[in-house]
Design a protein. Structure first.
Length: 81
């Protein structure tokens, strides 16, 4: 998502970058977010939508990539208005 926001911020006339970021966010919300109370995002899902048999949280995935992406998107979109 951050990469597509980079493209959109550099070339705002190219709406395809913003649309790609929005599409990815919809996919994340619909397929990767584990909706159980107190959970997080699935590591990945199969083409059929089945979560991988990997830990929900581990030292590389949770505290860095997911959180960093969300904070970066919030920061950038907060400055967009």
């Amino acid at each position: 998502m951050v990469g597509f926001l980079n493209g959109y911020q550099r070339f705002p006339e190219q709406k395809k970058y913003l649309e790609a970021a929005e599409d990815i966010w919809e996919y994340i919300k619909n397929n990767l977010v584990d909706k159980r109370a107190g959970s997080e995002w699935f590591w990945c899902v199969s083409q059929e939508g089945e979560p991988a048999k990997k830990p929900i949280v581990e030292s590389w995935k949770c505290p860095y990539h997911n959180g960093r992406m969300c904070f970066e998107v919030i920061r950038r979109l907060g400055n967009a208005s």
